[in-house]
Write a protein that binds this ligand. Structure first.
Ligand code: NAP
Length: 277
């Protein structure tokens, strides 16, 4: 498995597992647990979740899926902005730990910026790290100006990742945010890497994939993984899709294929504010 090194020195897989929309429907529970376990078996041991997903349901599902294999996985969870006060984040983290059935979360993110002062949230993250409740922290949906602001704060340099919307159809981040992060060796975590499935129906992508005898999902993921310091976290509750996604790590796109993707999905000419899903 290709890995990416976080600023703390910790190596994590470049391809992980998303969990948004998991843990919401009891009828899909066993299928989702099996998909996560299959992903872990295949080396996709970074699992991304949030207190928001299924209002705790996704964390509970993960807690069950990783029973007996805590040491194999790298758990990422996120706190709601409205819970990101000193008291709120400590309590939210404690609830996430209970649902995940673990002693510590490996990487704890602020889900998006809200009205709580960033300095209070980052100070609290540092306190949680000190207490061993989390091993590291970061942010999500932060644009370049937010990253710059965090850098000026006491614990801003502790930020280990920025998790943002990034895929072939969402390339605006390449203008300023990605160069900013790369310059500081802060990896980006690309969420919705297959645009929640919509990208997979794109005829241009399908054509490029067909010529490579690969699936559209594999090409979309291989494109993200071809870039330095990018971690992609596709969500799938289907074992077959998980295995298909895992195989994307071993696809080295040729210069011609990369150029074809660039033509089919050009970077927007002008930067725009960071998009969110
Ligand atoms: P995504 O991973 O781009 O797409 C998920 C959808 O694609 C699901 O419907 C899944 O269906 C389908 N899919 C996945 N692999 C496939 C394959 N090989 N073939 C066919 N269909 C496939 O979208 P996402 O869930 O929005 O993003 C991924 C993760 O990023 C989330 O789960 C979450 O952990 C994180 N996220 C974070 C934020 C944030 O604000 N920080 C926002 C959005 C997402 P099946 O389940 O049927 O395979």
């Amino acid at each position: 498995m290709k890995t990416v090194t976080l600023p703390s020195g910790r190596e994590v897989p470049a391809l992980g597992l998303g969990t948004w929309k998991m843990g919401e429907d009891p009828r899909s529970r066993q299928r989702e647990i099996a998909a996560l376990q299959h992903g872990i078996d295949l080396g996709m041991t970074l699992i991304d979740t949030a207190e928001m997903y299924g209002e705790g349901g996704a964390e509970e599902l993960i807690g069950e899926a990783i029973q007996g294999r805590r040491q194999q996985v790298f758990l990422v969870s996120k706190v709601y902005p409205h819970n990101a006060t000193r008291r709120g984040a400590i309590a939210a983290c404690q609830r996430s730990l209970r649902r995940l059935r673990v002693e510590s979360i490996d990487l704890y993110l602020l889900h998006w910026r809200g009205s709580v002062p960033l300095s209070e949230t980052l100070d609290t993250f540092a306190q949680l790290r000190q207490a061993g409740k989390i091993a590291s922290f970061g942010v999500s949906n932060f644009d370049t100006s937010d990253m710059e602001e965090s850098c000026g704060l006491a614990h801003g340099h502790g930020v280990e990742t920025d998790q943002v919307l990034y895929n072939l159809t969402r390339r605006s981040v390449e203008h300023s945010l990605l160069p900013w992060l790369r310059h500081r060796h802060v990896p980006v975590m690309a969420y919705s890497p297959v645009e929640q499935g919509r990208l997979l129906r794109n005829p241009k992508l399908a054509g490029i994939a067909e010529r490579r005898h690969a699936s559209p999902a594999q090409i979309a993921l291989a494109w993200l993984l071809a870039q330095p310091e990018v971690i992609a976290i596709p969500k799938s509750g289907d074992r077959k899709h998980v295995a298909e996604n895992r195989a994307a790590v071993d696809i080295a796109l040729t210069a011609d294929e990369l150029a074809a993707l660039d033509r089919a999905f050009p970077r927007p000419q002008k930067p725009k504010p960071l998009e969110m899903l």
